[in-house]
Design a protein around this ligand. Structure first.
Ligand code: NAD
Ligand code: MG
Length: 387
């Protein structure tokens, strides 16, 4: 039986992972689960899946969680150290699906503890890609992409020589405001930005999909996972969200990966460590779909995407600063302190200020990432107030 833990078990990716496991319960032993606010779900999942240890990120919920699990032989922890207690357990496989930079240290500790890590938490690759990769190499464990585009890239380049690859195209649905003009974006609300035409995801990534900040993170993530340069990563808007990535080769040939807009496909591929098993997941009926559409993104409407390319170009700590500033801007938008378009302005101003102060070094070290994360957030906050 494969021993596994799920970090961020109560979220959208976490629940999809548990769903997949529930149909193969004899193959997996759930060691640890983590969550945050939703402790009823966390406790129920821990009981149903026979977990040994659970942690909530929310320290104030420790006793409530303990009460929910009284009478069960399950260790209960809380706070960031409690999450690390779970990620440090000896397992074979860990799903890293906490949202935001809070997922970084748990993901690193899972690699250090010797687990193969399925990485949904793109923020950790954006902030600390070189460290993640180094730890996976040192510990001889796999780091497997879960983001649908990156899972698709891994699938289309499998068996191909790196030298024959000319570029990778990843797709973007265009999110909630695909058909809005830039002027129509001025007054959009968090509620409007929180619905996605194709994917069912957590609120933060859904809003990031509408602004294309998510795609910017994914461009950086693609660079880190697959050692690509700016000119080797292209983004196209693809409203159907069925093609996730395309590899383009020097001979003019292209290989595309298609699957339904359901994260279970990418999660299952990571869960089985890139082995293709017979699964009862939906398939695409191409005749029903009829047509697939592609168009170039408008960088004026989506300034976040332009920023993402600049971060790839700069390299080093720019990814960590970009992610932290983006998280602060997103919080401010969700709390009605910043407009939708203001998010990219705040992130740009923050990166410019950090760059002018030579804070965005090329060498990525964890202590500097943590320092810079705080600094970028405080600078971003200042620009939110000015905005
Ligand atoms: P979500 O909001 O649905 O779930 C987030 C999980 O993280 C929950 O379990 C929550 O309790 C936990 N969490 C929140 N704050 C925390 C903190 N401070 N410390 C510890 N745990 C905390 O998010 P999601 O949509 O499942 O996304 C999870 C990650 O996967 C994100 O990095 C996202 O970008 C990535 N991702 C998601 C999808 C998707 O379809 N949802 C697709 C690709 C990538
Ligand atoms: Mg994605």
């Amino acid at each position: 039986m494969k021993k596994i833990s799920i970090l961020g078990a109560t979220g959208s990716i976490g629940q999809n992972t548990l769903d997949l496991i529930s149909s193969e319960k004899d193959s997996f032993k759930v060691v640890g689960l983590t969550g945050s606010g939703n402790i009823d779900l966390l406790a129920q999942n821990a009981i149903d899946f026979g977990a040994d240890i659970v942690a909530t990120a929310d320290e104030s919920k420790f006793y409530d969680l303990k009460n929910l699990l009284s009478g069960h032989n399950i260790i209960v922890c809380a706070g960031p150290s409690g999450i690390l207690e779970v990620s440090n357990q000896q397992t074979d496989w860990v799903m890293s699906a906490i949202v935001g930079s809070a997922g970084l240290l748990p993901g690193l500790s899972a690699l250090e503890a010797g687990a193969n890590v399925a990485l949904a938490n793109k923020e950790s690759m954006v902030a600390a890609g070189p460290i993640m990769k180094r730890l996976s190499e040192i510990n001889g464990v796999k780091l497997i992409p879960v983001d649908s585009e990156h899972s698709a890239i891994a699938q289309v380049i499998r068996g191909e020589e790196r030298e024959t690859l000319s570029k990778i195209i990843i797709t973007a649905s265009g999110g909630a405001f695909r058909n809005f003009s830039k002027s129509e974006l001025v007054n959009v609300t968090p509620d409007q930005a929180s619905t996605h035409p194709n994917w069912d995801m957590g609120q933060r990534i859904t809003i990031d999909s509408a602004s294309l900040f998510n795609k910017a993170l994914e461009v950086i993530e693609a660079k880190e996972f697959f050692n690509l340069s700016v000119s080797e990563i292209e983004v196209v808007i693809h409203p159907e969200s069925l093609v996730h990535a395309i590899a383009c080769f020097h001979d003019g040939g292209m290989k595309a990966h298609l699957s339904p807009a359901d994260m279970k496909h990418a999660i299952a591929y990571a869960l089985h460590e890139e082995e293709r098993l017979k699964l009862s997941l939906d398939e695409i009926n191409l005749a029903d779909v009829g047509a697939l559409h592609f168009e170039a993104p408008d960088l004026d409407k989506y300034p976040a995407l332009k920023l993402g390319y600049e971060v790839v170009e700069h390299g080093g700590l720019a990814g960590a600063a970009f992610n932290a500033a983006k998280e602060e801007a997103l919080d401010s938008f969700i709390n009605y302190k910043l407009s939708f378009l203001g998010m990219a302005d705040v992130v740009r101003a923050t990166l410019d200020e950090l760059n002018s102060k030579n804070e965005l070094e090329k060498v990525v070290e964890i202590e500097r990432i943590m320092e810079l994360d705080l600094l970028a957030r405080s600078i971003a906050k200042k620009y939110v107030e000015k905005n």
